[in-house]
Every structure is written in structure tokens, then in C-alpha cells.
Design a protein around this ligand. Structure first.
Ligand code: MG
Length: 311
């Protein structure tokens, strides 16, 4: 674990550094408060800091106050070094947000024990953050395909509708349904079906821009949100996806399967103010048109203009 050692005394810095290295800590040193504060703001900053109280530039207590006020994503455990022993000073030090303190001249064993406690807190905090992140991923993504789940893509579409209205820009929406997907499951088994879903998502994602969004809307249904796309661009985009899916067979066990999909496109125009339900309804209608025309096709329905484009 990386530890910041900040002390303006060369001798103390040296003693601390060599002790910490002996205990297998990686050390980063600062010789005044300003340098320490700079190091603590970096993205790869040490999460364990041994800060001398009295330093030029910024005191250890002032650094603590800034840390607690300004840095919220990762916790930094602070061990204050103090040569003061007055009780009220220590209260001030702990009030600033320091986690622990140690008096100078320090006892090496005591320092080692205190650092170990700090290290444990930092590690526990990292575990908590990782667990929270895992929960967030679990709650927002589809476990099979790793794209947004229905709840998330719905939320994204709602936000993008609002954004399009505010910025008076176009928004393209595509509802995708894999054709005869049930046959894949029935003929090749559900594992093959899962593999097909994976591959379909991979191919569609490869055609998307970084700011487009795709989510699993139902079993074999996907919802794609295309900011800035008018009707023409949305249909063009869907056509690219259609070709990406159908142009090459997907390898399933011994055989290759050509998988096609139907695409229902709709668009939110800058002068239209459709609700979320209206947008999804139009995409749904467009999807039915594409299916009606024989599948492996792209349909378009806009709230204002009803026009179907299919192959
Ligand atoms: Mg000092």
C-alpha cells in the first residue's frame, strides 16, 4: 500500500520513510504542506497519509480540513504527527477530520500498529466501494448481454427525450426484435440462444457511436437511443445494424445460422413534444410494419409523419 509521508524535517522524513519501507509500504514524500496537498489531489493519490502537524505552506490540520471538504470519492486515512501535547490542540486536530494521531518523537512499534489500523480501514473502504459498484452494475445492466437493462434504457430514453426538447434537437429511437429467435432456442438449445444474443449485441454495439445507448428491452428485444439522429439518419443507422446482423452467419456448434432482425424506427423532431409512451408506441408500430413486410426489414413511424420503409 502506498503511503504519503509529509514532514518538513529531513530527519523525521528519513526515519519515517525507512521504517515504512521496512514494513513493506510504498512511500511518497512531501517536504511541505503545499506539496502534500498536491499529491493528495492526484487520481492515484495514496489513501494513507502520515502528515506532520507543523509544516510550511499548509499545516497537517489544514490539509485534513481540505481533504474532508473537497475529496469525496475515495477516503484518505490521515495519521497526524504532532509534537504538541496540549489536549485542546489534539481536539482541534481530530476535529479537522484526522483519523488518528501520534506524538513525536514517536515509538516505532506504536507507529507500525497505528499504520496497520489505518491500512485496514482503507482496505475495508475499498471493498465497500467495490461492493457498491457491483450492486450498481447488477441493478442497471442485463446480466447476460452486459448492456443496459429495461429499467435503465427506459430512464435513458426519458432523459434524452427531455434533452432533445430542451436543445431542440432530433432524437432517433430504434426497437429491435430478433426474427424467429424462438426457433434458435428450440433447435439449438438455450445456451446457443444465449450465445446468439451475445453475438447480436456485439455486432450492434460495433456499429454504434460512443454516445448512443442500447438496452435489452425484452427477451430478444432491444431498444436503441440515437441522440441527434433525424428520421433519415435513424433509418440509415438501423439499416447498418440490419446488415451487420444478417450479412454473416453466426456459428452455433456445428452449423452456422443466419440471424436476422426487424427494426422499428421513430424519431423525436425538435418541434414535436411527444411523451415517452408515444415514442415507444411509435417504435412499436414501426416494428410491426417491419415484421409485416416480411421481417429482416426497417420500418419507420414518426408521431407526425407515418411512412414505412421496408425492404
Ligand atoms: Mg514540522
Amino acid at each position: 500500500m502506498k503511503v504519503l509521508v509529509a514532514d518538513d524535517s529531513v530527519i523525521d522524513r528519513h526515519i519515517l520513510e525507512s521504517s515504512l519501507r521496512k514494513w513493506s509500504y510504498e512511500t511518497v514524500t512531501a517536504c511541505d504542506g503545499i506539496e502534500a496537498w498536491e499529491l493528495l489531489q492526484r487520481p492515484d493519490a495514496p489513501r494513507l497519509a502520515v502528515l506532520d502537524w507543523m509544516m510550511p505552506g499548509l499545516t497537517g490540520v489544514e490539509i485534513c480540513q481540505r481533504l474532508r471538504r473537497e475529496i469525496h470519492n475515495d477516503y484518505t486515512y490521515v495519521l497526524l504527527l504532532t509534537s504538541r501535547s496540549e489536549r485542546e490542540d489534539l481536539v482541534e486536530g481530530m476535529d479537522s477530520g484526522a483519523d488518528d494521531y501520534i506524538r513525536k518523537p514517536f515509538d516505532n512499534h506504536e507507529l507500525e500498529v497505528r499504520l496497520r489500523a489505518g491500512r485496514r480501514i482503507v482496505e475495508l473502504q475499498a471493498e465497500l466501494v467495490a461492493a457498491r459498484e457491483a450492486l450498481r452494475v447488477q441493478a442497471t445492466t442485463d446480466p447476460l448481454t452486459r448492456i443496459w437493462n429495461r429499467g435503465s434504457i427506459t430512464e435513458i430514453l426519458e432523459k434524452e427525450i427531455h434533452r432533445a426538447r430542451r436543445e431542440r434537437s432530433y432524437l432517433g429511437v430504434v426497437l429491435v426484435d430478433l426474427d424467429h429467435f424462438k426457433t434458435v432456442n428450440d433447435t439449438h438449445g438455450h445456451l446457443a440462444g444465449d450465445a446468439v444474443l451475445h453475438e447480436a449485441v456485439r455486432r450492434m454495439q460495433a456499429c454504434m457511436r460512443p454516445y448512443d445507448s442500447i438496452g435489452r428491452y425484452g427477451g430478444e428485444e432491444f431498444l436503441i437511443v440515437l441522440p441527434g439522429c433525424d428520421a433519415g439518419a435513424t433509418v440509415e443507422h438501423a439499416e447498418r445494424l440490419r446488415i451487420a446482423l444478417s450479412s454473416e452467419a453466426m456459428n452455433l456448434a456445428e452449423s452456422g445460422v443466419i440471424l436476422t432482425a426487424s427494426f422499428g424506427c421513430t424519431v423525436v423532431a425538435p418541434d414535436a413534444q411527444p411523451t415517452f409512451e408515444q415514442v415507444v408506441h411509435c417504435a412499436d408500430e414501426a416494428l410491426y410494419k417491419a415484421k409485416d413486410s416480411g421481417r429482416n426489414a426497417v420500418g419507420l413511424v414518426t408521431p407526425l409523419v407515418a411512412l414505412a420503409q421496408s425492404r
